[in-house]
Design a protein around this ligand. Structure first.
Ligand code: HEC
Ligand code: HEC
Ligand code: HEC
Ligand code: HEC
Ligand code: HEC
Ligand code: HEC
Ligand code: HEC
Length: 373
């Protein structure tokens, strides 16, 4: 009896310690999802797939460009290509044989599958390391190879499961510092008529339409050129700023209750445009207190612009590429993609400028003009 009592005591103690260690973790998953996206429709996915605003039109891996045999193989072998298939095939010469993999995928892991085409294949956007297509700057930037720590952006890795295991990458047993990402966290492999097939990692299929606006004059690989992509928002689910999909994993970096908890207008975390969680901003708003310098931003020369082209901004009200390009401090908002590239870059933290000594505040000064030149 005594033996059992001490065992019980140990269990209670262990549970107590574990509970202390995860004190910041949530317990109700559904409530957790609603906390991340308050505009979420509680599993009742009311947002329709095909929306008339346009940014989700003609996105590859959708509808007629969703070709099952690009990613799946039925019997793990193929003696010859399908009719009309363009060669060479990134998966190699025929006959092809595969190691049978889950979901009949042509690779052991979704990341490896995507990278067979999306790394070093001319004519397909290249998302890792050097760019085989030679674009000036890729809109999303670029990753390191999977499994390699990446201090210049997101770390890709294999073996990451679907949405169910997403939370435990940073909560419970996991930690933010050692976590990693998979392509299909952020992109729907079967297409969702959103630009770049972007999705809410925490609630795939529940996402609104996103304001990532591609220059309609751009064709071929230039559709992925940084200069040919602009950003807009109508501040509702018809067209939400695209950085809304970052909140799924970085939920405490944005929203007014994190950026300015006491609501006095003096920020405790840097503001990032968030129309879903009540934290919109524009560069002109700091003029009265002198925190920002709207004229300097609009002029686009001097401090901050010496080495770095104008940072990207989200234009309040813009629903097409042309209106997204208007430089006006009253409607230009600062958001995640002003400072970071979504995949990564050649700079620390995937930043849009090189924050080394001597020009550490380069990007900052475009809006703040604190370093007199
Ligand atoms: C761009 C690559 C890609 C294409 C093209 C593609 N799939 Fe998939 N498919 C995947 C990946 C990756 C998974 C695994 C998803 C996961 O691990 O959660 C998957 C999983 C599936 C699944 C099982 C899970 C689910 O979502 O239901 C089915 C069924 C499926 N695919 C059918 C199809 C069909 C049918 C087509 C053609 C109309 C197709 N796929 C085209 C990448 C693709
Ligand atoms: C068989 C080769 C192949 C595979 C495998 C593949 N893709 Fe693609 N992907 C393409 C091609 C081709 C395009 C379109 C390039 C163009 O615009 O001409 C494309 C375009 C895209 C785009 C941009 C869509 C747009 O129109 O803006 C995304 C995002 C993307 N792929 C994600 C993925 C992900 C995620 C996976 C893995 C689940 C994947 N792809 C697997 C060939 C592939
Ligand atoms: C599926 C979850 C997920 C989503 C969605 C996501 N991130 Fe991350 N992010 C992570 C994880 C995990 C890390 C930490 C490990 C790493 O570097 O990948 C991270 C790290 C980062 C870092 C630090 C990189 C470094 O070099 O230390 C930046 C910057 C970042 N994310 C920005 C973004 C932006 C911007 C978006 C939206 C476009 C976004 N993230 C969306 C999971 C996510
Ligand atoms: C990239 C890492 C990362 C991922 C993935 C992630 N979170 Fe978080 N989450 C954090 C960080 C960091 C905090 C703030 C510190 C904390 O409270 O632990 C946080 C805080 C929270 C909080 C507030 C906790 C509180 O009471 O303070 C909730 C709720 C939450 N996350 C839910 C989720 C859910 C649900 C998922 C999965 C869909 C998820 N998180 C996935 C990093 C992550
Ligand atoms: C953390 C979220 C995240 C992950 C993980 C991610 N992407 Fe992306 N991806 C984005 C966002 C956001 C954009 C659009 C950003 C922009 O245009 O500034 C994008 C853009 C793209 C594009 C268009 C090219 C470009 O430079 O804009 C392709 C193709 C693509 N992703 C493929 C992939 C593939 C393949 C993987 C896995 C190897 C992957 N992505 C992983 C968020 C992600
Ligand atoms: C005004 C510029 C700016 C904006 C806007 C911004 N960031 Fe950052 N972020 C930075 C800088 C600079 C760093 C590097 C750390 C530092 O210097 O404080 C950083 C660091 C990070 C990190 C790493 C944090 C860590 O603990 O290592 C993540 C993750 C991140 N940002 C995500 C985001 C997301 C998501 C958004 C949008 C909600 C965002 N950032 C908006 C400038 C910005
Ligand atoms: C694209 C424009 C933009 C960039 C780039 C930018 N900021 Fe900001 N920043 C803003 C705006 C807008 C505010 C809100 C100003 C206000 O409400 O007073 C702000 C607020 C701040 C504040 C708080 C001021 C306050 O009183 O609330 C600090 C500090 C700050 N930024 C520092 C930085 C640093 C450091 C960088 C570079 C890592 C940076 N910012 C990059 C636009 C920007």
């Amino acid at each position: 009896m005594k033996k059992y009592f001490s065992l019980l005591l140990t269990i209670v103690l262990v549970l107590f310690i574990v509970n202390l260690a995860v004190a910041d973790d949530f317990t109700d998953y559904e409530a957790g999802l609603n906390y991340i996206h308050p505009s979420r429709s509680n599993g009742n996915k009311t947002v329709t797939k095909n929306m008339s605003l346009g940014p989700g039109d003609n996105v590859y891996h959708n509808g007629t460009t969703l070709l099952c045999s690009q990613c799946h193989v039925m019997h793990a072998s193929m003696q010859h290509p399908h009719d009309g298939q363009t060669l060479p095939d990134p998966f190699g010469p025929y006959p092809q044989t595969y190691t049978p993999s889950k979901y009949l995928l042509k690779a052991a892991d979704p990341v490896a599958l995507c990278l067979t085409c999306h790394d070093n294949v001319a004519g397909i956007p290249d998302v890792v390391g050097a760019d085989v297509n030679g674009l000036t700057a890729r809109s999303a930037g670029f990753f390191e190879s999977p499994g390699v720590d990446n201090p210049r952006g997101h770390k890709l890795d294999y073996g990451l499961g679907g949405s169910s295991s997403l939370c435990s990458r940073c909560h419970f047993s996991g930690s933010f510092a050692t976590a990693a990402v998979s392509c299909i966290d952020c992109h729907n492999p079967h297409g969702n008529y959103r630009p770049r097939n972007l999705q809410w990692a925490s609630d795939p299929g529940g996402e609104p339409q996103f304001g990532l606006l591609i220059n309609p004059a751009a064709t071929g690989m230039s559709r992925y050129e940084k200069a040919d992509v602009g950003f807009g928002t109508t501040n509702d689910n018809n067209l939400r700023e695209v950085s809304n999909m970052c909140d799924d994993c970085h939920h405490v970096f944005t929203g007014s209750n994190y950026n300015d908890p006491d609501g006095n207008g003096i920020h405790n975390r840097h503001p990032s445009y968030d129309s879903e969680r009540g934290s919109t901003n524009n560069i002109a708003q700091g003029a009265s207190r002198g925190t920002t310098d709207p004229t300097h931003w609009e002029n686009g020369t001097g401090a901050g612009f010496a080495h770095t082209p104008r940072l990207r901004f989200v234009n309040n009200g813009a629903t097409d590429f042309t209106s997204s390009q208007v430089v006006d401090a009253n409607i230009n908002g600062v958001f995640c993609l002003s400072c970071h590239s979504a995949h990564g870059s050649s700079n620390a933290f995937g930043l849009a400028w090189d924050p080394v000594v001597g020009k550490n505040g380069e990007g900052c000064d475009q809006c703040h003009n604190k370093t007199s030149l």
